[in-house]
Ligand binder design. Structure first.
Ligand SMILES: [Ca+2]
Length: 445
């Protein structure tokens, strides 16, 4: 997938979710003006990538202004930088993470056309980059699998009484996108994202469950700042709505969303209605449907995904070493020990790393690892001992149908015991017919 964003507090969470989900492969990130200037949103995307330890992803700078009208920023919500509220974000390393000689539109075109499979996009800022992409390179349209947009509203707006911020920022771009002929466009409107609130209970859960305190503080700093401005501007007391990750989640857990395939048009006129999304739920226009309008999301599965991704993302968080001594995404062989402070990224590969102890000799596969995520653990050999010996702040995320066997007796870090057990137990509890020898996922300790 590709993420087009105007980072942004909620964009930051969307970026972490997109980069960390084992169900998605993040091919690239493009920036667009919106919550702040494109210079700021570009730098913010890079700062989040660094803080979350995301590797192998470049940021491509996109549009600085809308197609037709003047731009608006959301500094009342996101602060003057677009990502105010914490002192834990690193300075942006532009030379490493910013694509120097390719802009957002060209990069999206190149990536989509080069992909052997159709590519999904999540657009969580003004739609200017996407409209330009579809206008300049219409050949990408049949190669886009799903475009999930955070934007619009069935009811009230948050920028004018009628319009939501992303659509209001560039209604003409939104019009181009919605009428482009992409076979699957989904719109996640305010009405839905306003149900996804970062409440005190959610923030407490992050503080309790995210193992690296510094990363937990970074996340909660951002959410608390976002919540305080929402309270000031909108009187929302329960917490800030986490708009953007909901659109990313749609791409890999559509089963927890309800939606309707309907006609949606954009008000591009001057006046009070500019930027409004006309959602023709009752088919009054008789025009063909062009969009899946999301009408609700199940909160518990969504938050569980967010927590898991934050746990994984934190694994090589802000304090991890970088530079020539860092070891990116190593494969750790039997008995091998790597200085944990040097590991960056997923020690078993970025995209669904697989550890097969039987093929590597069995036992002690994860000895002394700190950080990283394992999306699959195969240990079906006779030697199932010591799989996670002395590993800590390492997360194990098994998909359903997988067998995870391990002797936890040799784990040296009590915190990791809790994390490892909880994650597997949680996973087991969420898989129908799970348990040893009963189909689905089987876990043994
Ligand atoms: Ca955004």
């Amino acid at each position: 997938m590709w993420l087009d964003c105007d980072v942004g507090h909620d964009d930051a969470m969307a970026l972490i979710l997109a980069a960390s989900s084992p169900h998605l492969k993040l091919l690239g990130v493009s920036s667009v003006y919106g919550n702040s200037s494109v210079e700021n949103t570009t730098a913010n995307a890079i700062r989040v990538i660094q803080a979350a330890g995301i590797k192998g992803v470049k940021v491509y700078k996109g549009a600085a202004k809308p197609l037709v009208k003047n731009r608006v920023y959301a500094s009342d919500i996101h602060g003057s930088s677009g990502l105010d509220g914490t002192d834990l974000l690193p300075d942006p390393d532009m030379s490493t993470y910013l694509a120097q000689d390719e802009n957002a539109v060209n990069a999206m075109h190149r990536t989509i056309m080069a992909s052997p499979e159709p590519v999904s996009l999540a657009a969580v800022g003004p739609l200017t980059n996407i409209a330009l992409l579809l206008s300049i390179y219409p050949e990408v349209i049949p190669r886009i699998k799903t475009l999930a947009i955070m934007g619009g509203s069935m009811g009230i707006g948050n920028t004018t009484s009628a319009a939501e911020f992303n659509i209001y920022s560039d209604p003409e771009a939104a019009h181009i996108v919605l009428h482009s002929g992409i076979s699957h466009i989904a719109l996640v409107p305010l009405d839905v994202t306003h149900t996804v609130l970062a409440t005190k209970q959610i923030i407490k859960r992050i503080q309790d469950e995210v193992a690296v305190p510094k990363f937990a503080r970074l996340i909660t700093d951002l959410l608390l700042y976002f919540g305080s401005t929402y309270k000031d501007v909108f009187g929302e007391k329960e917490g800030a709505p986490l708009h953007d990750p909901v659109a990313v989640a749609y791409l890999f857990m559509r089963n927890v969303f309800t939606e309707r395939h309907i006609r949606i048009d954009i008000d591009c006129n001057e006046g009070h209605g500019r930027g409004r999304t006309f959602c023709d739920v009752y088919k009054k226009t008789m025009e063909p449907a062009n969009c899946w309008l999301v009408t609700s999301v199940e909160l518990e599965p969504f938050w569980n995904q967010m927590f898991r991704r934050q746990e994984i993302a934190n694994s090589s968080g802000p304090s991890v070493a970088s530079g020539s001594s860092a070891i990116s995404n190593p494969t750790i062989n039997n008995g091998q020990q790597i200085d944990s402070s040097l590991i960056i990224g997923n020690p078993l590969g970025e995209d669904g790393g697989v550890a097969s102890p039987e093929s590597q000799g069995g036992g002690d596969v994860f000895a002394n690892v700190v950080g990283g995520s394992f999306t699959e653990v195969n240990s079906n050999s006779a030697n199932k001992d010591n799989i996670v010996a002395n590993s800590h702040t390492t997360t194990f995320n098994g998909d359903s149908g997988e067998t995870v066997n391990g002797d936890l007796n040799n784990i040296g870090d009590s915190q990791q015991v809790v994390t490892f057990r909880r994650r597997l137990m949680d996973r087991r509890d969420n898989v129908p017919n799970s348990g040893m020898n009963s189909g689905g996922a089987a876990f043994s300790f």
